[in-house]
Design a protein around this ligand. Structure first.
Ligand SMILES: [Zn+2]
Length: 234
């Protein structure tokens, strides 16, 4: 698999002849048009986890002639940009929903923010994109709110614990300061990812897992891109 960083939580993933594009709200390096120009793919799918401006941008509709399907979280339907999406090519995905065709199989989970996270199975690979699902532990917040955030996160983890993923995209947001890797750490401990990509941390230095982030013997490759257009193979 080859992964290219668009921006924020936006990534383009090559899985053999399938192209998956997640949360492409902006693409300052022009990755999407360049990759489509190269033509090294058979099928193209766009995903958007929720309607927030830093995840969904109806500009993705301009690639409709090359796109097999737009898989968009249900909450986007009431977004002003939704009517720009080609109706016959768009599927609205609720939480705990599923969708499949002869190429990809998609399962959605709830988020701790708006919308969904996605598990995409393609060519025997399992790829999880968290969207804004995270333990949003804002250290300046009240103890009560911090507990609510933790509870929401742990409740949702119960639906994910024990699953295996070939590749995971998960927020490690610099704005959370000392809590930035808190959700990611629990996620890695309770599921079985084979590789981890950090996201949702625009403007912060590349994240490095702290000592003890992975349980001993469970270290996996980590990638934390900071520059639009950076690429990495897994
Ligand atoms: Zn976000």
């Amino acid at each position: 698999m080859e992964v290219i960083y668009l921006l924020n939580s936006g990534f383009l993933v090559h899985v053999d002849d399938v192209l998956l594009v997640f949360d492409a709200f902006d693409d300052p390096a022009g990755v999407i048009p360049q990759e489509l120009e190269k033509g090294r793919y058979e099928w193209l799918y766009f995903f958007a986890s929720h309607a927030h401006f830093d995840h969904f941008n109806p500009e993705i509709a301009k690639f409709s002639t090359k796109t097999r399907r737009y898989l968009l979280s249900e909450d986007i339907r009431s977004n002003g940009g939704a009517n720009r999406m080609p109706k016959e090519q768009t599927s609205w995905i609720g939480t705990y929903d599923s969708w499949q065709d002869d190429v990809v199989s998609v399962t959605s989970f709830s988020s701790t923010d708006e919308g969904t996270s996605f598990l995409v199975e393609v060519n025997g690979k399992q790829i999880f994109h968290a969207g804004d699902f995270n333990w949003w532990d804002w250290t300046g917040d009240t103890a009560e709110n911090r507990k609510l955030a933790e509870n929401a996160f742990r409740k949702q983890m119960k639906h994910l614990a024990g699953r295996s993923f070939d590749l995971v995209f998960f927020p490690v947001d610099g704005r959370l300061g000392p809590s930035m890797e808190r959700g990611a750490k629990v996620f890695c401990a309770e599921t079985h990812p084979k590789a981890f990509v950090a996201m949702h941390s625009v403007g912060y230095p590349a994240w490095q897992p702290s000592a003890g982030f992975f349980a001993a013997g469970h270290e996996i490759p980590v990638w934390a891109p900071t520059k639009a257009g950076e690429r990495h193979s897994f």
